[in-house]
Design a protein around this ligand. Structure first.
Ligand code: AMP
Length: 281
């Protein structure tokens, strides 16, 4: 496995790998990798000749009051996980390498980015779309892998790739959870042991909603109430949002006829956690 820190060197490597006919899979990450990231890398390894993993804590997707400096980092651990998962290349650029001084161009996807996480994080998806576009242009993958854990991000990236004619197949991968149901996340490390227990309320509440849907509940407001009432039983939890939206265009729905995304964001203490599931009748 090779590690590159500069765009020029990575591009040279990719050019020569492509000349030899290799199919390139790409997994963009912010590092501090866990089993969730590993599942994406392993899937990419199965479906491609070469897998590139980017490890880059992207400053432009953090708002001014968000946790950029505190975001956990451990490159040595990440290298080992990538190697174990079968990745061929790590791309670990410096922010100065990714963002040249005086850059004037950004990528924004409207419509899908104003609701859900975008409502409280106004700069987030602009930063994500800009960095992912840049990474796509640098890595030029055939396929790119994203987790369903960040369901809005996945929908936004699919839309961006369609709108801007990127010749890349976007593949969504299932949410990997801890044994007790908490969705794996680099941010789980912020939780105290008491908060870690309280965080189980996210998956518990979504499971109640899923059970209601399975037993035939079709009223969107009732499903929303089931989730909110359950979340409110946990004193350490503070709801950011509970939303039921169309899984493709992310617009709020009034019925469960089409495929829907049930998405929640909840503060456990100071840590904001997200979780979701998609439901098709
Ligand atoms: P991040 O490093 O948080 O930017 O995540 C990089 C990629 O890993 C994104 O596509 C995430 O959706 C995905 N990911 C993060 N956590 C999980 C998880 N628990 N299960 C599946 N994919 C995940």
């Amino acid at each position: 496995m090779k590690t590159f820190h500069t765009i020029k060197e990575l591009k040279e490597e990719i050019r020569s790998l492509k000349k030899s006919g290799n199919c390139i899979g790409f997994v963009p990450t912010m590092g501090f990798l866990h089993e969730g990231h590993k599942s994406l890398i392993e899937r990419a390894v199965k479906e491609n000749d070469i897998v590139v993993v980017s490890i880059f804590v992207n400053p432009t997707q953090f708002g001014p009051t968000e946790d950029l400096d505190a975001y956990p980092r451990d490159l040595e651990h990440d290298k080992k996980l990538c190697k174990d998962a079968g990745a061929s290349i790590i791309f670990n650029p410096d922010p100065k390498e990714m963002y040249i001084e005086g850059a004037c161009s950004t990528v924004n996807v409207s419509g899908l980015t104003e609701g859900l996480c975008g409502a409280k994080r106004p700069v987030h998806f602009g930063g994500v779309c800009t960095v992912v576009s840049k990474l796509f242009n640098i890595v030029t993958p055939d396929k790119a892998y994203f987790g369903e854990k960040d369901a809005q991000q996945l929908a936004v990236i699919k839309r961006m790739v369609m709108d801007l004619n990127f010749d890349i197949e976007i593949i969504g991968c299932p949410i990997i959870r801890e044994e007790d149901g908490l969705a794996k996340s680099s941010r789980n490390t912020y939780l105290s042991s008491e908060e870690r227990k309280a965080a189980l309320i996210l998956n518990k509440s979504l499971t109640l909603a899923k059970k209601a849907l399975i037993s035939g509940e079709k009223n969107v407001n009732n499903i929303t109430d089931i989730i909110k009432n359950s979340l409110n039983t946990e004193p350490l939890a503070k709801i950011d949002y509970v939303e039921i939206v169309d899984s493709l265009n992310l617009k709020p729905v009034t019925s469960t006829d089409n495929s829907i995304l049930i998405a929640i964001a909840v503060y456990i203490g100071k840590t904001r956690l997200i979780d979701n599931f998609t439901w098709t009748n």
